[in-house]
Ligand binder design. Structure first.
Ligand code: ZN
Length: 63
């Protein structure tokens, strides 16, 4: 039942780097592979294109 601190910065889910910065509520940016990711249970990973648009890197579940 040991709960970890929610503020603890986690590893990048994409490249497992720890060189990440917090940019919002449960939102982090990896300086290694240049992606944003959610720190919550959703665990979404987003790349940022040259125009600053977020693109999901996983779960292209559009059918
Ligand atoms: Zn990364």
């Amino acid at each position: 039942m040991a709960l970890k601190e929610r503020e603890t910065v986690q590893d990048c889910p994409n490249c497992e780097s720890r060189i990440i910065g917090k940019i919002g509520v449960e939102r982090y940016y990896c300086h290694d592979c240049c992606v944003e990711f959610d720190g919550g249970e959703s665990g979404g990973i987003y790349s940022i294109d040259d125009e600053g648009n977020l693109m999901s890197l996983e779960g292209d579940e559009q059918s």
